[in-house]
Design a protein around this ligand. Structure first.
Ligand SMILES: Nc1ncnc2c1ncn2[C@@H]1O[C@H](COP(=O)(O)OP(=O)(O)OP(=O)(O)O)[C@@H](O)[C@H]1O
Ligand SMILES: [Mg+2]
Length: 493
């Protein structure tokens, strides 16, 4: 069903449109309209994301906004489209994919693309239905804003709307639409697409488009004999390395690190079967469909590098020499460990760098691994200990405290010269009290399925400022209940 012209909303949303991606040649996308959903309702809205976008707050609360962000109406100036990309899934070339259920409404003058996820079929939907279910949409909405609150680069989520329209997955569920924003939703897979189809002109156009807008410094590079495309690959590698360091430090498992889910801007993109670690098990697999553990927590940094290798292969016709492309990937091997160590130093409250810090971190990880100590709670309690709480609150996390006692001793020695107050402040802003654990999301989802959206807004409120204490909400910062380990999150969404 096409959206009738009279469904064009005229009231002023505060947004003006620039639509640069839509100005690319037609091979990059298909213009189309979202498919309407009946009788939509609000499930969640992020005023912070609206503010970043420049959306008028009054308009965002309006019935018109509800229609627009469900795909039932358009704003003047929007040029909706679905883009084409390809990619490697679980290590295997998957061929053409594309926005099968994402429709970009347009790009604002402020430089944000606005995209609906779940707004109906596109030419890239393949065998699927173009829809998203309420369950997965709430998870994407909350986690996008949670990652932003944690200071981790991510696509953002403006809102979720729901409809009683039925969607078939393993069971019958109801439909929802998430509105996402980002400076660009271009993925590694967009480049792989044109490379695999031998469309070298389009490949160059795409690379130039991204470099000119997001990596202009590559034009001035003196590295790689002034090769802007090699400098671009290096810059993407470094952003990706920095992102992975943040994921590992906070205990975030993405779950589906296919090359079509890798942002060319180094953003976290596609919140599917993700999970924040409960206990510290480096081999944790969060995606129930990932039987081989390809995307296990401790595999993520290597998988990102493998994905960058695919990007390098796609950019090779532009870069020229294979050796140059390989050299452009090299810095990942130093940027990732350096960035990870820097994150761990902050988590440990260390304001300077010393030679033995790696050993201190490794010794701690080995202690935490022994009993699979809760990752988030351990770090928060360690921070509170630095701020004055008794060490016993940390020791209580271990059945056998021998290992942690020894480690706390060396931690204390390392801290001898660091002012305790500064260390505590750094730790409390580096170790979140609140993360979107699976069971918290699950509780909010189950309430929302009963049309109670208060759990979604409470979680949003906590996760937007996850380093704050939020008095009265300690139960959201506690251990996962026993049933949490039986939650199965798969690719079904
Ligand atoms: N219900 C669906 N209808 C149509 N296409 C789908 C659907 N689910 C997934 N796809 C498509 O399958 C491919 C892989 O899906 P994947 O789970 O990585 O992405 P996604 O969750 O749909 O979206 P995104 O990466 O945009 O967040 C993508 O091309 C995606 O658009
Ligand atoms: Mg995806």
């Amino acid at each position: 069903m096409n959206i009738p012209l009279n469904a064009m909303v005229a009231e002023d949303s505060g947004l003006r449109w620039r639509n640069e991606f839509a100005a690319l040649p037609p091979k990059f996308f298909t213009r189309l309209q979202p498919t309407p959903l009946p009788d939509p309702y609000w499930v969640g809205r992020s005023n912070a994301a609206a503010q970043q976008l420049g959306l008028d707050a009054g308009w965002f609360a309006s019935a018109d906004a509800l229609e627009v962000f469900t795909g039932n109406a358009l704003l003047p100036g929007m040029e909706p489209l679905a883009s084409v990309y390809s990619g490697h899934q679980f290590g295997v070339w998957a061929g053409q994919l594309g926005d099968g259920r994402a429709i970009m409404l347009g790009q604002t003058e402020g430089g944000f693309e606005v995209q609906l996820k779940g707004a109906g079929l596109t030419p890239y939907s393949r065998m699927a239905d173009g829809r998203a279910v309420l369950r997965s949409s709430i998870r994407e909405f909350l986690c996008s804003e949670a990652m932003h609150g944690l200071g981790i680069p991510t696509t953002r989520a403006l809102c979720v709307t729901g409809s009683d329209a039925r969607v078939r997955r393993e069971e019958i569920e109801t439909a929802a639409v998430v509105t996402r924003t980002a400076p660009s939703f271009i993925r590694f897979g967009h480049f792989e697409h044109f490379w695999a189809n031998d469309k070298l002109d389009e490949l160059r156009t795409l690379a130039d488009f991204v470099i000119d807008r997001f990596y202009p410094e590559c034009r001035l590079t003196k590295r790689f004999g002034g090769n802007a495309y090699a400098a671009f690959l290096e810059a993407v590698s470094e952003r990706t390395a920095a992102l992975l360091a943040q994921w590992q430090a906070v205990g975030f498992c993405h779950g589906v690190m296919n090359t079509d889910n890798m942002s060319i801007l180094g953003l976290t993109i596609d919140y599917g079967p993700f999970q924040f670690l409960d206990g510290f098990n480096p081999r944790h697999i969060c995606n129930h469909s990932d039987s081989g553990g390809r995307y296990a927590y401790n595999q993520q940094p290597n998988v990102a590098y493998w994905n960058l290798y695919c990007l390098a292969q796609a950019l090779l016709p532009l870069i020229g020499e294979k050796e140059v492309a390989i050299a452009a990937l090299q810095s990942y091997q130093t940027v990732f460990p350096d960035a990870f160590l820097a994150r761990m130093r902050a988590k440990l409250g260390l304001t300077d760098a010393q030679d033995g810090d790696i050993q201190l971190v490794e010794a701690l990880l080995s202690v935490l691994r022994q009993e699979q100590t809760d990752w988030t709670i351990f770090w928060r309690r360690l921070s509170q200990h630095m701020a004055g709480a008794d060490a016993q609150t940390v020791r209580d996390l271990f059945v056998d405290a021998t290992g942690i006692d020894a480690w706390l001793l060396s931690f204390g020695q390392r801290h001898a010269s660091v002012p305790r107050e500064a260390a505590a402040a750094l730790m409390l802003r580096s170790n979140p009290k609140f993360v979107l654990r699976n069971h918290l999301g699950q509780q909010a989802i189950e309430a929302a399925q009963r049309k109670d959206y208060s759990g979604v807004s409470t979680l949003l409120n906590l996760l937007e400022t996850p380093f704050d204490e939020h008095a009265g909400h300690d139960d959201y910062a506690g251990f996962p209940p026993d049933w949490a380990s039986s939650i199965e999150i798969s690719c079904s969404s």
